[in-house]
Write a protein that binds this ligand. Structure first.
Ligand SMILES: [Zn+2]
Length: 245
């Protein structure tokens, strides 16, 4: 009996120690979970673009290929970049409206009058109906000379907010792509002039520059462009110290 009593007491003691350890672990875990959020920056604490509405307009589409060079069409490249940018923005909590998600235009059926005007008017109706915080039109360039290259952001004239968005996005394009020193410019474009909201137009590069044309066709480079534009948007909406690297 003495042996049995000794064994039972020892077992109870072990059980007590086990329960104590479990309790202490749970207490430590609770304390860590309750206090870890306060130490994290805002950017990772929650969805940093939650509540923001951003309209993306992959330029051209359908009957209108945009600029073309060596079989490469602007409308196709900007749509791919727009999809990547959309994914980044949505992951950060933004509500993203795209003017097009396929190779389409915005002509009435049946089309009447000048096609380009009709396309742009209908396109901007979609943009303004969404009531965005920011409207971004994506394009690529092509000119006669093959020497010019680099992404460049244009902003809605006489709009301070648009200029600030443009500056942040251009800074990120310079930093992330590392291949241009281009500066922002006011842009006299239909889509900027007819946007009710802050608006920028991003020329993602030149199809007339052989190396850049090749890069613009590469998914990895398209992702870098989209990431840079996303980074600029994020820095525009967040305090500097909270933006992601
Ligand atoms: Zn264009």
């Amino acid at each position: 009996m003495h042996i049995v009593y000794y064994t039972t007491s020892k077992t109870r003691c072990r059980l007590f120690i086990c329960l104590l350890i479990i309790f202490l672990c749970a207490a430590v875990l609770f304390f860590v979970c309750a206090h870890s959020g306060a130490a994290r920056p805002a950017a990772v604490q929650s969805l940093p673009l939650k509540g923001k509405v951003i309209v993306l307009d992959p330029g051209h589409g359908g009957y209108d290929p945009g600029v073309m060079k060596n079989g490469i069409e602007e409308k196709e490249i900007v749509l791919k970049i727009a999809f990547k940018l959309r994914d980044y923005l949505q992951a950060a909590g933004a509500r993203v409206v795209m003017t097009r998600e396929s190779d389409r235009d915005f002509l009435d059926v049946p089309a009447a009058g000048p096609k380009k005007q009709q396309d742009m008017t209908n396109r901007m109706q979609i943009v303004n109906a969404a009531g965005p915080d920011l409207f971004i039109s994506l394009h690529v360039n092509a000119i006669g000379s093959p020497i010019w290259h680099g992404a460049q952001v244009f902003y809605k004239t006489d709009c301070t907010a648009s200029k600030e968005y443009a500056e942040k996005i251009q800074q990120e394009l310079r930093r992330v792509l590392g291949n241009t020193e281009r500066q922002i410019k006011p842009g006299n474009y239909y889509v900027l002039n007819h946007a009710d909201s802050a608006a920028v137009l991003v020329e993602c590069g030149f199809l007339s520059h052989p190396r850049e044309a090749q890069e613009l066709c590469e998914p990895a480079y398209q992702s870098k462009v989209a990431w840079a534009v996303y980074g600029g948007i994020l820095r525009s909406f967040l305090p500097e110290e909270a933006a992601v690297e």
